[in-house]
Design a protein around this ligand. Structure first.
Ligand code: FE2
Ligand code: FE2
Length: 177
């Protein structure tokens, strides 16, 4: 894949931080790079603008944890617009979850939706392959600590466990006194 049309995005902090985020049990950065590669090859076959679709691919899942399966496309589209991307990039991103989200309204949108589906299957294949060596679970554990969404969830669980233990101890003491 020629990286010329995404060189600036590859250095962007919002894209770089996805290396620490968990997505499909792998680093989100791996997923978006895979979607970008597939989009790059699919775009000319479907008559779509390659630059638009590859840029959309790199940004299509930013802040996905803030939404649901059906709404995170709109969230990432807004992030892309705030980063200065043109309307055609956001337009492609907003429908990348089709048929769970809105139907694509451009060729670039169709390419991204298709590339995202194929990449998601590849993500799973890579994850399952790595289970045999222990690599997948090691990476997953690391990502759970570095991804703010999961780190907060783990901290909440730890707090709940600690409170549960304290509560049980206080309860036992209450019974014996
Ligand atoms: Fe997505
Ligand atoms: Fe995706």
């Amino acid at each position: 894949m020629d990286h010329a049309s995404i060189a600036d995005l590859l250095e962007h902090p919002r894209v770089l931080e996805t290396r620490q985020h968990l997505h499909h049990s792998i680093p989100k950065h791996d997923h978006i790079m895979r979607v970008a590669r597939y989009s790059y090859h699919l775009a000319p076959l479907l008559g779509a603008d390659r630059r638009t679709v590859v840029r959309a691919a790199l940004l299509h899942d930013l802040d996905s944890r803030l939404g649901t399966l059906t709404t995170h496309g709109a969230i990432a589209a807004r992030v892309a617009a705030e980063m200065g991307e043109p309307e055609c990039v956001s337009q492609a991103i907003v429908s990348h979850m089709y048929p769970l989200g809105p139907r694509p309204t451009s060729r670039e949108g169709w390419v991204l939706a298709l590339a995202d589906k194929v990449a998601s299957v590849s993500d799973l294949t890579v994850f399952i392959g790595g289970l045999f060596t222990g690599y997948s679970l090691r990476v997953r554990r690391q990502l759970c600590c570095t991804d703010p969404f999961y780190a907060q969830r783990q901290a909440r669980r730890r707090r709940r466990r600690l409170l549960g233990r304290l509560w049980r101890r206080v309860g036992r003491r209450g019974l014996t006194e």
